[in-house]
Unconditional design. Structure first.
Length: 237
């Protein structure tokens, strides 16, 4: 885990629901802090510093928040963006305990080049993070993956292939695929066209053999055979 401390100061808010649009126009972003069955804390934070915190912490790095005289250690649980302006619209924090294990989403990062991509094959990425359980101090910033096993078409890397850091338990299903090597569409089309061509050639060869005329016995051979038979009969008489 990174030793960098990420913190932000929140402001208590009374504005809720439909009036939140007015709050956002002032440059403030609504925030909610959930705390283990206790009443949720409604707050707000300035857009720019909150955006920096969200970018730096993701959903895996503990954040120290201060609201008046109260301090909380939290993880980001949900982030909502304006679909048109891509501005922060709402952030949900979950309070955690320093001495209790917490669940977090940890990004997956590949280390080094992927052999399949160097061979002009296509790698389909199916998962970019895993859910883990660990003490806040043990939560990693990323789980590093060695991609050297992704070489040929059909090669697949699963969650079960990941090596969790000490003190970290991966909760995501072990059989879930992370990345799979496939043949690019253009290469696949060429291969299919080649296979179709070979199939047509083989079929044509078979038809030619079946249509070839059968060998006929010449009429001269039939006459010779008839003469020989007549001679034999005369000799017997």
């Amino acid at each position: 885990m990174s030793t960098d401390t990420i913190s932000i100061e929140l402001k208590k808010r009374e504005i809720i629901r439909k009036k939140l649009a007015v709050l956002r126009e002032t440059g403030e972003v609504p925030v909610v802090v959930h705390d283990h069955g206790k009443p949720s804390m409604h707050a707000s934070a300035s857009m720019v510093p909150l955006q920096k915190v969200v970018s730096a912490a993701g959903k895996h790095h503990p954040i120290e928040v201060k609201l008046g005289a109260e301090d909380r250690l939290v993880l980001i649980r949900d982030v909502d963006y304006d679909p048109r302006k891509h501005h922060l619209r709402h952030v949900v924090f979950q309070a955690i305990r320093r001495n209790q294990k917490a669940h977090a989403e940890i990004p997956i990062e590949f280390t080094g080049d992927i052999p399949a991509e160097r061979s002009s094959l296509m790698v389909i990425y199916q998962l970019d993070h895993v859910e883990v359980e660990a003490l806040p101090s043990d939560l990693p910033d990323a789980i590093l993956v060695d991609p050297s096993a992704l070489v040929e078409v059909g090669d697949t890397m699963l969650v079960g292939d990941l090596k969790a850091p000490k003190g970290v338990t991966i909760l995501t299903e072990a059989t879930y695929p992370i990345a799979t090597v496939e043949m690019p569409k253009d290469q696949l089309a060429e291969a299919e066209a080649s296979a179709d061509s070979l199939a047509e050639d083989a079929e044509t060869i078979g038809v030619d053999d079946e249509d070839a005329p059968a060998t006929e016995v010449s009429s001269e051979d039939d006459d010779d055979s008839s003469d020989d038979s007549s001679t034999d009969d005369q000799e017997k008489e």
